[in-house]
Write a protein of this length. Structure first.
Length: 317
């Protein structure tokens, strides 16, 4: 009997999915790729393979998990297995440069961005922003890694040449126009099966570390406020959200064989939308979902179940 195989490197980000798979009584197996081997002369099992590999794996001690996953996905695809978020999705997951170029290809505006390697080149690139605010971020990132706001080259130099400078895991630092939202929020659009599910408004007034996973709420400074706070929740689902950008996002996902993703954009004071992230290892915030009655991981589990039926048709079909 075929089953659903969940490929990942972080149990805390996968528990919600496996609970939903159990709730729907779907057979599954956990493939934790924090290390391991791939026998290229063997054949993989039959089933559906869903990759939840994360660009931020190195922050959890799993530096080479994406590389191992790349080998596993190539092996699965070579044998014609059904892979949800396969090799192409992983390529985009670990490179914002590739994400931005792919978004621009489909007429989706991204912030002006320069990729730089080496401290001197980072500082040289910053000079081209002509005194305007800019941010830095890591090319291979996730969780807002390396995101810092600067108002001058001198401020950047103090950071780059100081002890707090974060070296990107792939060596590539991005410098990017700072897009200011009048109300200090971004929007994250969730897709399952390549189709829009819902949009989440995320408050950015306290910083850029925007991981929606419940596990982040325990440790991260900028995750949702507690129940007793008078402030609105950091994550709120935008009920009835509809925008022409969604059709473009779906085209990008289809062209890159990405079935499950979160795409983030920011809107400036003139209503211009800038898209800056495609997250193929999407997480969902349980408080926001409970308030709206929409559940991302349940939709993911249902989608995987339908894909499994194509491999294991019901008896009599």
């Amino acid at each position: 009997m075929s089953k659903i195989y969940v490929i990942h490197e972080n149990n805390e980000w996968t528990d919600h999915l496996t609970k939903r798979l159990e709730e729907l009584e779907l057979p599954y197996e956990d493939w934790l790729l924090d290390g391991g081997t791939v026998d290229l002369n063997s054949a993989p099992p039959e089933g559906i393979f869903y990759s939840r590999m994360s660009a931020s794996s190195h922050t959890r001690g799993n530096r080479f998990s994406p590389e191992l996953t790349n080998a596993v996905l190539a092996w699965l695809e070579h044998h014609g297995r059904t892979v949800v978020n396969g090799s192409r999705a992983l390529q985009l997951e670990v490179s914002k440069v590739l994400q931005y170029l792919e978004l621009e290809k489909y007429g989706i505006k991204t912030p002006r961005t320069i990729a730089a390697v080496g401290k001197e080149n980072i500082l040289k690139a910053a000079e081209s922003f002509d005194g305007k605010k800019f941010i830095t971020k890591h090319n291979r990132a996730g969780k807002g890694l390396g995101v810092q706001l600067f108002t001058s080259v001198d401020a950047l130099r103090a950071y780059v040449e100081g002890p707090s400078f974060e070296e990107p895991v792939d060596g590539v630092t991005l410098l990017q126009d700072y897009i200011e939202s009048p109300e200090s929020y971004i929007t994250r659009c969730e897709f399952v099966g390549g189709k829009f599910v819902y949009a989440v408004r995320v408050d950015t007034s306290e910083g850029f570390e925007l991981c929606p996973a419940d596990a982040c709420a325990i440790d991260d400074l900028f995750c949702p406020v507690g129940e007793e706070s008078s402030k609105p929740a950091k994550f709120q689902i935008r009920e009835g959200f509809d925008h022409p950008i969604l059709e473009k996002y779906e085209r990008v996902l289809a062209a890159n064989d990405i079935k499950i993703a979160g795409i983030e954009f920011i809107e400036d004071k003139d209503g211009n939308i800038y898209t800056y992230d495609i997250n193929t290892n999407t997480n969902y915030n349980s408080d926001a979902e409970a308030a709206s009655g929409k559940f991302g991981m349940l939709e993911v589990a249902k989608y995987l179940g339908k894909e499994l039926e194509k491999v294991n048709p019901p008896v009599g079909v």
